[in-house]
Design a protein. Structure first.
Length: 478
């Protein structure tokens, strides 16, 4: 059912620059075996290592996402041969769904982790529903950012550590290797994983330690070698990430961002995911036997939070809320498992918090980030003031789109004391909800059907969401 919700609310098109670079890299690998790509943005290229003498450049992003895209490129080329449709139209459409399998696998890991932390089967399912439709996990599942695939792999690492199966080091090596291939920043966890390895093996004999070290290196060593080889071939340095010397980490960025990343209406992870506020109260109710497990997850979340606060980009691109912290949202929701919802009042509080969070996620998943940004820019031009609330603008836009599909709004609808009209009709993808079904109807000049279709999808999704909330009668006592 969650897969159906994600499938219906996918976008059907690509709109993000880092995905664009990864697509071009994957296309280049398939078509000519080269990592060289045509520059997508002359201004963006100025921030990265200089183009080659051929006038091409390299993707500044991890090679892992491009490798994920290669099967999609091959499949799209087959469909192009069969249908004659333009390659990029088909490829962008198909790639817009790539996060959904990662999201479902991530939810599977999340539910298994809740069971490891003592949740009943019913409560684990309910918590998984809370993550799936009550946090930004939903929005980024149906976008083309890679944060959901990162989150899935983090959940894989955590579940592997908690489960402690005989293949723990082998599985840990696989999930962590995939993480660093997608985003090099995850190398920041390597010292902590090394400490964990030696702590877990300090009482083993020499043969067992060597055996476990071999398992832990079986994927990680080749992944590191591959990254080093590619970086050296591209930039003559194994340590060059592709960003050059312009984009960096700084304490100045930390002082600028740390508070806003928690509770602002632009990027606050708690503001955009209110259910996390309720969840974090569970940190005061952790049973003694689960304290070590929660320390591991808490350390993982804190390291990533502080790392992202030091990053140069406050906005993280065209994103909803704080995409940079999205990979740790499941970890922040896990303390909910320790709260006891045995009383009627506590159940009502949880239900109201989840519904409030869901309204935010509906607004995020049914609207287009680019349109919210254009509305804010229009308000700024009309009032000469910078509107500082992406959250409320997005919610307001969602309810306006229920009434009308036309991308034309009164500025006063967004809390501005101006009677001017904000006309965004020139943007074709702003017509109606940001859903693949709507875009498909608009593409085939069937705009008169796109708004009713969007309303039908909205009704179906609302029905599915409340069915998920009721399917186990919300019996979530400890």
């Amino acid at each position: 059912m969650l897969g159906l919700i994600y499938l219906l609310t996918a976008k059907g098109h690509i709109e993000i620059v880092d995905t664009e670079y990864s697509i071009r890299t994957a296309l280049s690998i398939v078509e000519n075996g080269s990592l060289l790509i045509e520059p997508t943005d002359s201004n963006a290229v100025q921030n990265f290592p200089q183009p080659t003498i051929q006038g091409k450049n390299y993707s500044p992003y991890g090679i892992g996402l491009s490798l994920i895209f290669i099967p999609f490129v091959l499949f799209s080329k087959i469909l192009v041969w069969l249908t004659g449709i333009d390659l990029r139209i088909l490829l962008d459409f198909i790639l817009s769904f790539y996060n959904i399998p990662f999201a479902i696998l991530g939810l599977y890991f999340f539910q298994k982790i809740t069971l490891q932390l003592g949740a009943s089967k019913t409560k684990s399912i309910y918590m998984t529903v809370c993550l799936a439709i009550g946090t930004c996990y939903w929005k980024y599942t149906v976008s083309d950012f890679s944060e959901i695939s990162q989150s899935c792999l983090i959940m894989g690492v955590i579940y592997t550590i908690l489960k402690r199966s005989k293949n723990m080091w082998l599985n840990l090596s696989f999930y962590y290797s995939c993480l660093v291939l997608i985003k090099l920043t995850y190398f920041i966890y390597l010292p902590f994983l090394l400490v964990y390895f030696f702590h877990e093996n300090m009482r083993e004999n020499g043969k067992e330690i060597r055996n476990n070290l071999c398992k832990a290196s079986i994927y990680f060593a080749p992944a590191c070698s591959f990254i080093a080889l590619i970086n050296f071939s591209r930039f003559d340095s194994i340590f060059e990430s592709g960003y050059g010397g312009v984009i960096k980490f700084s304490f100045d960025f930390f002082t600028r961002d740390w508070l806003g990343y928690l509770c602002s209406y632009e990027r606050g992870i708690l503001t955009f995911n209110p259910i996390l506020l309720l969840s974090l109260t569970g940190l005061f109710c952790i049973p003694l036997k689960f304290k070590n497990s929660m320390k591991i997850m808490g350390l993982t979340a804190l390291i990533w939070y502080f790392t992202m606060c030091f990053w140069v980009s406050w906005q993280g691109g065209y994103c909803w809320g704080n995409r940079l912290l999205t990979p740790i949202v499941p970890l922040l929701l896990l303390p909910l498992v320790f709260l006891n919802f045995s009383t009627l009042l506590s159940k009502i509080l949880l239900a109201l918090t989840l519904i409030g969070s869901m309204v935010i996620q509906f607004a995020a998943s049914f609207t287009k980030i680019h349109e919210i940004i254009e509305i804010k820019l229009s308000i700024q031009e009309l009032t000469e003031q910078v509107p500082l609330s992406q959250l409320w603008r997005g919610i307001e836009l969602f309810f306006l789109k229920i009434k009308s599909p036309n991308a034309e709004y009164l500025a006063s609808n967004f809390g501005v004391d101006v009677n001017e009209v904000i006309n965004l009709k020139s943007f074709e993808t702003f017509h109606g909800f940001n859903l693949w079904i709507v875009h498909l109807l608009n593409y085939f000049d069937l705009k008169k059907f796109s708004h009713p279709a969007g309303i039908v999808i909205l009704f179906i999704i609302i029905t599915l969401c409340f069915t998920l909330m009721r399917v186990h009668k919300i019996n979530i006592q400890k």
